[in-house]
Design a protein around this ligand. Structure first.
Ligand code: ADP
Ligand code: MG
Length: 321
């Protein structure tokens, strides 16, 4: 008998993405509460429309600190710490560049080099000042903007998991589009597909099986535009101001918290396969699957998941270090 017999799926469109919730009980009221929770967090964290607390911080740049709610403060603190790691490809203050490139939105264009240089000067994470006691955030220069687009979904996925656990659910899955978070281990684990980069529809490179883990994928194929035969995707290199350019088509991170998955997909994009695998040796709690342009699938390790290759045009390698 298929395990699907006991799974109930609920869907909604939030944060511009289709959201999928799977429960092991038929509970529409709980699903509605989960979608409401997601909407509440989106309203705090978005930078794409007002009012949100993050938008308030950005609007007050160079003028005054803004007191925010505790979860927003904690998330910004965590994002700042990840941004300050030497050589980090993650930068919460990348906003002015994201807004200028408009990748994945109407009006995208390649900015002139001088403009990129000028905007880079407005992206220093050290100039995001946090006042612990007041719970406030101050961007010291006018024009600075924080952008939590790379981590908001991960943070929210973790809150949904916590909420479901508290509600007494023992098995559930939430898919926020790129971020999957799972609770429990129904019939040996949850299966999560690994998308084939740049393919139409639902083609998969492979499938993972996980329990109580988050699976986050970030890919250059998700949002990009092409100009003069060159592809510009939505993960920017905070050191250059241009899209990160390396051998990777996607990075998937398996971790307990989806927030870590979000931060690490960006960090690993910046490092590439060799440096990324080396860095993960110090982090047994974080594992990655790299998919390269040359159709290699590389596992940093596979302690907390099982992986099956489904597309034989790809080559699977593990333990590269
Ligand atoms: P998605 O899952 O929506 O495709 P990602 O998690 O891959 O997105 O994050 C990409 C988003 O993060 C961009 O759209 C932008 O808002 C923001 N961003 C882009 N480059 C960086 C960076 N170097 N550091 C932090 N955030 C970034
Ligand atoms: Mg992300």
């Amino acid at each position: 008998m298929s395990s699907d017999h006991r799974i109930y799926s609920y869907s909604a469109v939030l944060m511009g993405s289709p959201i999928l919730l799977k429960l092991y009980s038929h509970n529409e009221a709980l699903a509605a509460q989960v979608f409401r929770l997601i909407k509440q967090y989106e309203d705090l964290l978005t930078v794409n429309r007002t009012p949100s607390q993050v938008m308030e911080i950005n609007h007050a740049a160079g003028r005054h600190p803004v007191t925010v709610s505790r979860p927003v403060f904690e998330l910004i603190r965590c994002a700042k710490a990840a941004s300050l790691v030497p050589g980090s490809a993650f930068n919460l203050a990348i906003g002015p560049l994201v807004k200028r490139w408009k990748i994945g939105f109407k009006g995208d264009s390649v900015p002139p080099a001088q403009e990129i240089a000028a905007l880079l000067a407005l992206t220093s994470p050290a100039e995001v000042c946090l006042d612990e006691e007041a719970g406030s955030v101050f961007l010291t220069r006018p024009g600075m903007e924080i952008d939590l687009g790379a981590i908001a979904k991960g943070y929210i996925a973790d809150r949904v998991r916590d909420y479901l656990r508290k509600a007494g659910e023992t098995a559930a899955l939430i898919n926020l589009g790129g971020n999957v978070q799972t609770l429990g281990s129904p019939e040996g684990g949850w299966t999560v597909g690994l998308k084939k980069p740049f393919s139409e529809g639902e083609a998969l490179v492979g499938a993972l099986v996980v329990s109580d883990k988050s699976v986050v994928t970030s890919g250059t194929y998700e949002r990009y535009f092409e100009r003069d035969g060159k592809r510009y995707h939505h993960i920017l290199d905070p050191r250059t101001g241009y899209p990160l350019d390396n051998e990777l088509d996607s990075v998937t991170v398996i971790s307990t918290d989806s927030l870590d998955g979000d931060i690490w997909t960006t960090l690993l994009y910046g490092m590439g396969v060799a440096k990324g695998c080396a860095a993960l040796r110090a982090r047994p709690d974080i594992e990655a699957i790299f998919v390269t342009r040359s159709q290699e699938v590389i596992l940093s390790s596979a302690r907390h998941f099982r992986f099956t290759l489904l597309d034989n045009t790809f080559r699977l390698t593990d333990n590269t270090v």
